[in-house]
Design a protein around this ligand. Structure first.
Ligand SMILES: *Cc1c(COP(=O)(O)O)cnc(C)c1O
Length: 247
């Protein structure tokens, strides 16, 4: 092991310990068990070596948001023990390739993508778990204006269309409806947005009791997400440090 690699391992170990303690603390405040919350390390922009180091430290779940980078990294890491989560916007024409390595797609945001994923998994053994991404931009607030790619809205289905997309996933052979996912809107406190997500998650579970996942919480809003019932937190910077280029 080179000194540089030793140093990185020590840094990641310290970050991981801090993050686990923060998750525990947030769970304690929310009266929840830390076992209810799964940590997903979002390794975008970071090298395969960081994935290996985190895997050695016990992390099993990894997230990526861009297909090409994910595909290369998964191949380079080549560890069958790891679970890969695709968390970024997904084009229908990439569905087949993403389904080759991802066990979970967090960003299902239209019925057309459900159809593409259903075709992509035809004949495979393991079902592909899909989460419906919910748009949490406040419909009445300053960020409610529909500005794709702009401030406020950060992708996903408006809450009133979640049932339709969730139903399409649940009805698709080879796909399993895992639950919901969201990214907090920019420029507003995340708490109320995550409270809306919890409401949407409850509605989805009424129709689909198996859909228990709530994927919410990033480095900036981990505690708020856990307070509002997140079962899967997606952490990049808190765990790996600042990204050298942002997307
Ligand atoms: C990058 C990313 C994350 C992690 O963000 P951090 O702020 O680095 O924790 C989580 N979810 C999605 C969808 C992302 O693209």
């Amino acid at each position: 092991m080179s000194p540089a690699s030793d140093e990185r391992r020590a840094q990641l170990a310290a970050n991981l310990a801090a993050v686990r303690a923060q998750i525990e603390r947030a769970c304690e405040l929310a009266g929840r068990s830390p076992e209810e919350v799964t940590l997903i390390a979002v390794t975008k922009t970071f090298p395969a070596e960081d994935v290996r180091l985190l895997a050695e430290l016990g992390v099993r779940d990894f997230g990526e948001n861009r297909h090409q980078e994910a595909q290369e990294k998964v191949a380079e890491v080549a560890d069958p023990e790891l679970t890969w989560h695709f968390v970024g916007q997904l084009q229908a024409n990439k569905a087949r390739a993403v389904a080759e390595y991802a066990a979970v797609v967090h960003s299902v945001d239209r019925v057309r993508l459900v159809d593409a994923l259903r075709r992509a998994v035809a004949g495979r053994e393991q079902p592909l778990r899909c989460l419906v991404q919910v748009d949490l931009s406040d419909p009445d607030g300053v960020d409610g204006v529909d500005r794709p790619g702009g401030a406020g809205g950060r992708g996903g289905v408006p809450p009133d269309q979640v049932a339709e997309v969730a139903g399409a996933v649940a009805a698709a052979p080879g796909l399993v409806l895992g639950g919901v996912m969201a990214v907090a809107p920019l420029g507003v406190p995340p708490g109320p947005a995550f409270a809306r997500l919890a409401g949407v998650a409850t509605e989805v579970r009424t129709e689909h009791p198996e859909a228990t996942w709530v994927s919410a919480g990033m480095s900036a809003d981990l505690e708020d997400a856990i307070a509002h019932g997140a079962t899967h937190v997606r952490l990049g910077r808190r765990l790996l440090g600042e990204r050298s280029y942002d997307r």
